[in-house]
Design a protein around this ligand. Structure first.
Ligand code: SDX
Length: 387
């Protein structure tokens, strides 16, 4: 019935490509940004240092770090016209839908700056998008909950500002504990880039068609939203809430192993890491510290701990290399930071934006740019004529 057509080998596509940005060794559980191991970056550096490294190829000097922080604060404000766009969305609209629209809308404001060719144009575009995404993100949350927006505070650091814009109330000072700010800053750092994952493939594909960066980042947001990808952290919490109590865990573990049951254990498994996700290792420590420091112990944490214990010892998961991934722990930390679960994928976007821009820029600075054009293996009907 269906003929197997061969297709010309040697097609080129950005689906798999060379890059100088991020190195992953899935078997060894290793991840490096521009040659620096993420355990060093998470412990010793800030997210802004990480963004600077990904975008410029080198860590910033003290002076460069100070200038970059000032630049981020200056560019954090968005055109007031964005508020009219946000006003048009219904209450309870998902923040990822609002954010992808907001980033795309930036291209209507910077319509004179869509062609990016010189190093100065790259730098200005990169700084503009990295600085504005947290503001657009916090605005998307406030709008979807009918709350007044909070403008960036020029005296706050990048991550403090985001938490402030998210949670502040005009009449009440918001106490941001240093451990909370450092936990979120580390989550941003650990999400900053991850080589050729699904959403980065979307971003690179748009770069290959010569689409401008605002369209590419908006497409990356759409790809990341899927629950198999960046939407997994929100799904982890929804799943833990659905399981509800420790005595129900075994039933759901059995369902996760049952081939006839589409149920998947959210936050477990990875396309590349068949060993521990090195980002998960770092976040596991932060989660444990945060739980102690903030005195959080809940049935949800008990359910998560039981799932983690079973999965780390059960033959089905161990034989398939299904270890907890970054989303299993980031979901629990974000919940401890009282960030609503519909904002979890948005947090992922804020972290991944410098990586996406670095990847878009790297492709666009290639001497020759081949448009992404993966082929399909045709398995449909052989040629036929109506009888
Ligand atoms: C991210 O690519 C990236 O780098 C992504 C990311 C990034 O930083 O950009 O790291 C971020 O997306 C992390 C992944 C978040 N997603 C989830 O946590 C969703 C739950 N995970 C699964 O959907 C799944 O593990 C994937 C999508 C992550 C990977 O899917 P694969 O590649 O199809 O899994 P696999 O080939 O390794 O599966 C091997 C076996 C299969 O069973 P068998 O056919 O061998 O019997 O493991 C099973 C799968 O059915 N399996 C699971 C499972 N994940 C895989 N069984 C139960 N629960 C799961 N979560």
């Amino acid at each position: 019935e269906t003929g197997m057509f061969t297709y010309d080998e040697g097609y080129t596509s950005t689906a798999s490509c060379e890059s100088k940005i991020t190195y992953i060794d899935g078997a060894a559980g290793k991840l490096m940004y521009r040659g620096y191991d993420i355990s060093y970056m998470a412990k010793e550096k800030s997210f802004l240092d990480t963004a600077y490294l990904l975008l410029n190829g080198e860590l910033p000097t003290k002076e460069e770090s100070k200038e970059f922080r000032i630049e981020m604060n200056k560019r954090a404000f968005v055109h007031e016209g964005i508020r009219k766009l946000y006003d048009s969305f219904p209450d309870r609209a998902h923040p990822m839908a609002i954010l992808s629209a907001g980033v795309s809308a930036l291209s209507t404001i910077y319509f004179n700056h869509l062609e990016i060719n010189t190093p100065e144009e790259y730098r200005e575009m990169a700084n503009r998008i990295v600085a504005k995404v947290p503001t657009l993100a916090a605005m998307s949350y406030r709008y979807s909950n009918g709350m007044p927006i909070i403008y960036p505070d020029l005296d706050k650091t990048f991550t403090e500002n985001f938490l402030y814009m998210m949670r502040a109330y005009p009449h009440k000072h918001v106490d941001l504990k240093p451990i909370e700010v450092k936990a979120l800053d580390t989550i941003f750092t650990l999400h900053a880039d991850h080589e050729q994952n699904a959403s980065t493939t979307a971003v690179r594909n748009l770069a290959s068609t010569m689409a401008h960066p605002y369209a590419a980042i908006s497409a990356g947001i759409g790809a990341l939203w899927g629950r198999s990808h960046g939407g997994a952290n929100e799904s982890v919490i929804r799943q833990l809430e659905m399981i509800g109590t420790v005595d129900k865990v075994d039933e759901f573990i059995a369902r996760a192993k049952d081939k006839n049951d589409p149920f998947r254990l959210m936050g477990f498994g990875h396309r590349v890491y068949k060993n521990f996700d090195p980002r998960a290792t770092i976040l596991k420590d932060i989660r444990d510290k945060l739980m102690d420091e903030l005195g959080i112990s809940s049935e949800l944490v008990a359910v998560a701990n039981k799932i983690e214990h079973i999965a780390l010892n059960d033959e089905y998961f161990v034989s398939r290399g299904l270890y907890p991934n970054i989303d299993f722990y980031s979901g629990l930390i974000l919940r401890a930071l009282k960030i609503p679960k519909e904002m979890f994928a948005v947090i992922f976007v804020i972290g991944r934006t410098p990586g996406w821009i670095a990847q878009w820029s790297e492709l666009r600075q290639q001497k020759t740019i081949k448009i992404a054009r993966p082929r399909q293996l045709y398995t449909g009907k052989t040629e036929r004529t109506p009888n």
